[in-house]
Design a protein around this ligand. Sequence first.
Ligand code: SAH
Ligand code: SF4
Ligand code: F3S
Length: 511
Amino acid sequence: MNEKQRLESQQVQSPKNKEEKDYSKYFQTVYMPPSLKDARRRGKEDIKYHDDFDIDERFKEMGNGRKFYIRTYGCQMNEHDTEVMAGIFMGLGYQATETVEDADVILMNTCAIRENAENKVFGELGHLKHLKMEKPELLLGVCGCMAQQESVVNRILEKHPFVDMIFGTHNIHRLPEILHEAYMSKEMVVEVWSKEGDVIENLPKVRAGKIRAWVNIMYGCDKFCTYCIVPYTRGKERSRRPEDIIQEVRQLAAHGYQEITLLGQNVNAYGKDFDDIDYHFGDLMDDLRKINIPRIRFTTSHPRDFDDHLIEVLAHKGNLVEHIHLPVQSGSSAMLKIMGRKYTREQFLELVRKIKKAIPDVSLSTDIIVGFPNETDEQFEETMSLYREVGFETAYTFIYSAREGTPAAKMKDNVSMEVKKERLQRLNALVNDFSRKAMEAHKGQIVEVLVEGESKNNPEVLSGYTRKNKLVNFKGPKSAIGHLVQVKITEAKTWTLNGEMVDVQEAVEVI
Ligand code: SAH
Ligand code: SF4
Ligand code: F3S
């Protein structure tokens, strides 16, 4: 199917609910709003791979003399999408700017994971309204996960009509056409496909850094945890072909990148959608570990699909780092069941036992949701005890946020916000404790640090990350930036380490 046919196959819908306003009257140009109902569907049709992305001749001059600015919210997936959009903008002749006031196009690449993520964006839209009033030729766009939600699109249409374009996560490669429409039209351009797109391989990318790079290995999520919006905003699981990933990692290595983070919402499901080859995440890691690049990480893995082969491959270490982010969400089997996580506390602990046996010095981190509907004190205590038992080194902790359209949003909840906040505080105190302990264990050790640059707080000091993803600040020559150096840890704080570079002479010689 070519682009045109595909576009036509996406149904153009007007709001069905009579109580909703009929927005279609506002539109003479593209109006293709999202539908959560369509996004929930998982079709059997094959995923098609395209490597024929090209910027149409008509659009090549579009950005001459114009600047773009993209503000990114949410996860690494979004950060990487921003790099792709930056690549497309550059291909159209635009230049990047770091200041909104200078921009001719502003995009908000949004996140829908929790209500406060969305509130930030709506707040920011309020600020940008003034800019738009001063500079009417400015184009303002909303893209990313929020754009995939009907209620968000309707709210923007109603409360923020000065927005020029809304497009979804499956429409990124259509940015040239969407911009063109927005310049030509007086109406808001809304193009959000709810059925996931295929896999498009040769999209241009302008990466934000030269030392660490993101590489997508798969898109979408089929897990449908009952609280989560991602399967709706990112569509069904689609894996990139192994040869395309391997080639991208090789090229990044050749360009001097030192660290790769493989991206997917559920990387352990990698390859499950291939029907011609039997090739899974463990196989991919086994191939990637042979590439000459110092470090490879991945995020995020779902405990359910973490298989023995993967553990065996990770145990080789080498460029596969001994840090695994393994979101558990809760320590209570009853809660895990209602969350739809498809594993029990015992199964999770068994997985951790296997990982630790194969990789004794592994560093584990996690994600936890507190205050899921009807979570009891005892169930929360089970999360606390699981945290201690595993000995996670750090965690991202969240208060449950109801997401419209998900099954959990319909659950009645008898837990007050006060109780939820109190639980979060207690959990965070535990997380801090464990982080401090893990940091203190580093004291006196010599660790490998990938030097990122000057420390944010003090330009006299360099900073970088260890294989276990701990931030280290130390004094050293600027020439070490972008290289791996050995640092002796002298001081441990809760979230960072201080140290002294050893073997300075050798590091300088390498450069
Ligand atoms: N795919 C990843 C998670 C991506 S979202 C995984 O399954 O591991 C990142 C984290 O946000 C989740 O792990 C979860 O802890 C949190 N999260 C997701 N939906 C949420 C919600 N509705 N309320 C609060 N936190 C949520
Ligand atoms: Fe969301 Fe669950 Fe998928 Fe993670 S695995 S993105 S939490 S549905
Ligand atoms: Fe947010 Fe979408 Fe990522 S909802 S967490 S930006 S996949």
